[in-house]
Write a protein that binds this ligand. Structure first.
Ligand SMILES: NC(=O)c1ccc[n+]([C@@H]2O[C@H](COP(=O)([O-])OP(=O)(O)OC[C@H]3O[C@@H](n4cnc5c(N)ncnc54)[C@H](OP(=O)(O)O)[C@@H]3O)[C@@H](O)[C@H]2O)c1
Length: 347
C-alpha cells in the first residue's frame, strides 16, 4: 500500500436511515478464498490494500468463505495497512452456514446461542473488537428471524456489533426483522441480469429506510466482458454449477454481453464498468441507498471497477442498455435449484 494517507474526498453513501457511511463501492472478498477457483494470496492482499488506498471502506466477507480463510486474510490485510486506512475500514460479515470437512454446505443455524458462538470466532479471526455489519447469510427455516436478529441486537448493545444487516430475504422478512431492531442494509444479488428485487424488495427497502449492498453486479464475472465460452473452471468453482453458466444458457447470456459491449464501446468504457455503473445509477433512480460490492480479486480488475464511478448515463444511454439487456433476459436461474430453495427473497 502507498504511504499516501490522504483520505479520498468522494461523497460517501449512508446505508439506510441507521447504517454506516461508506464509500460508494464496497469490496467483496469472497473470491479471494472460495468459490471462484484458486486465488493468489499476495495479489488478494494487494487488492485489499489498493481498495483501501482508493478510499473503499466496506469489506464484505462471510465466516464460511474458505471456512475462516477469508476473515484471516482480511485480518492480515488490515494489520499491514496504514493505521488511517485500517481505522476507516468497515467489516461486513455473514454467518450461519454450516460446513463439512470436505467443504460441503449442510444448512444454516440462526439460533441465538449459535449467533453468539459464530460472532466470538469471527472477532477472533478478524482481530477486531467489533464487526460493523453482521448478518445471517440465509434465514434458518427453523428459527424465527426475530430470534436471530434479536441475538445480533444484543451484540450491538454489548458493543461487539455496530449494525444489523440482512441477506437474501424477501419483503415480509425485512418487515419482521425491522420490527425487532434497526436494519442498516439488505445484501442481495442485483445486476442487469438479476432484477428480481425491483418489484417488491427495493420499494420495501425504501419504505423501511434500509439500504442495499448489491452483490453479483457482474453476475459473478458472467457479464464482465472478460468471461469466455471456453474458460476452464476449477473443480468446486460455483460457476461450474450455476445454471447461467451452462450450455445454451451460457451462449444466450454471452450474447447479451456482446450487445452490452456495443453500448459500452460507444461510450468509450468497458463492459464491466457499464454493468457496475448501471447498478450504481439505480440507487438515486430507485430512491434507495445502494452500494455495489465488487468482487475484484486482482488490482487490475479493481481499477476497472473503480472507473465505473466516473460514468454518468444519459436517458439515451440507459435506454440503449435496457435494449441490449432487457429485464428478465437472462437464461437460467441465478443459483442451482437446491440453493434457490434457501433464498427467502425468492419465495
Ligand atoms: N449475500 C450473499 O448471498 C452473497 C453471495 C455472493 C457474494 N456475496 C458477496 O458479494 C461479493 C461480490 O460478489 P461476486 O464476487 O459474485 O461479484 P461479481 O463482482 O459479480 O463477480 C466477481 C467476479 O467477476 C470477475 N470480474 C471481471 N472483471 C471484473 C472487475 N472489473 N471487477 C470485479 N470483478 C471482475 C472476477 O472474476 P475473475 O477474477 O475470474 O475474472 C470476479 O471474481 C462477494 O465477494 C461476497 O462478499 C454475497
Amino acid at each position: 500500500m502507498t504511504t499516501n494517507e490522504k483520505i479520498p474526498t468522494t461523497t460517501m453513501t449512508t446505508l439506510g436511515s441507521t447504517g454506516p457511511s461508506v464509500f460508494p463501492l464496497g469490496l467483496g472478498c469472497m473470491g479471494m478464498s472460495a468459490l471462484y477457483g484458486e486465488a493468489d494470496r499476495a495479489e488478494s492482499l494487494a487488492t485489499i490494500h489498493a481498495a483501501l488506498d482508493a478510499g473503499i471502506t466496506l469489506l464484505d466477507t462471510g465466516d464460511f468463505y474458505g471456512m475462516g480463510h477469508n476473515e484471516l486474510l482480511i485480518n492480515e490485510a488490515l494489520r499491514t495497512a496504514p493505521a488511517a486506512a485500517r481505522e476507516r475500514a468497515l467489516t461486513s460479515v455473514k454467518f450461519g452456514a454450516l460446513r463439512t470437512v470436505e467443504g460441503g454446505f449442510t444448512g444454516y443455524d440462526g439460533r441465538p446461542e449459535a449467533v453468539r458462538n459464530f460472532l466470538a470466532y469471527s472477532l477472533q479471526r478478524l482481530g477486531r473488537d467489533h464487526i460493523d455489519i453482521y448478518r445471517i447469510a440465509r434465514v434458518d427455516p427453523d428459527v424465527p428471524i426475530e430470534e436471530t436478529v434479536g441475538a445480533i441486537a444484543e451484540a450491538v448493545q454489548a458493543g461487539h456489533v455496530r449494525h444489523i444487516g440482512l441477506s437474501e430475504v424477501g419483503a415480509e422478512t425485512m418487515r419482521r426483522a425491522a420490527a425487532v431492531a434497526p436494519i442498516s442494509d439488505l445484501q442481495i444479488e442485483y445486476s442487469l441480469i438479476s432484477r428480481g428485487i425491483e418489484e417488491e424488495i427495493l420499494p420495501t427497502a425504501r419504505e423501511l429506510g434500509i439500504g442495499i449492498t448489491a452483490y453479483g453486479v457482474l453476475s459473478r464475472g458472467l457479464i464482465s466482458g472478460h468471461f469466455t465460452r471456453d474458460r476452464a473452471l476449477a473443480p468446486g468453482d460455483f460457476r461450474g454449477m450455476s445454471p447461467r453458466f451452462q450450455g445454451d444458457n451460457l451462449d444466450r447470456n454471452l450474447d447479451l454481453v456482446e450487445a452490452l459491449r456495443k453500448v459500452a464501446e460507444d461510450k468509450g468504457v468497458s463492459v464491466a464498468q457499464t454493468a457496475i455503473a448501471w447498478v450504481l445509477a439505480q440507487g438515486p433512480r430507485q430512491g434507495v441507498d445502494l452500494v455495489p460490492l465488487v468482487g475484484a480479486r486482482r488490482r487490475d480488475r479493481l481499477a476497472e471497477a473503480l472507473g465505473a464511478m466516473d460514468i454518468t448515463f444519459s436517458a439515451a444511454d440507459l435506454a440503449a442498455i435496457e435494449e441490449a439487456v432487457p429485464a428478465g433476459a437472462a437464461a437460467g436461474e441465478r443459483y442451482p435449484e437446491a440453493q434457490m430453495a434457501h433464498l427467502d427473497s425468492e419465495h
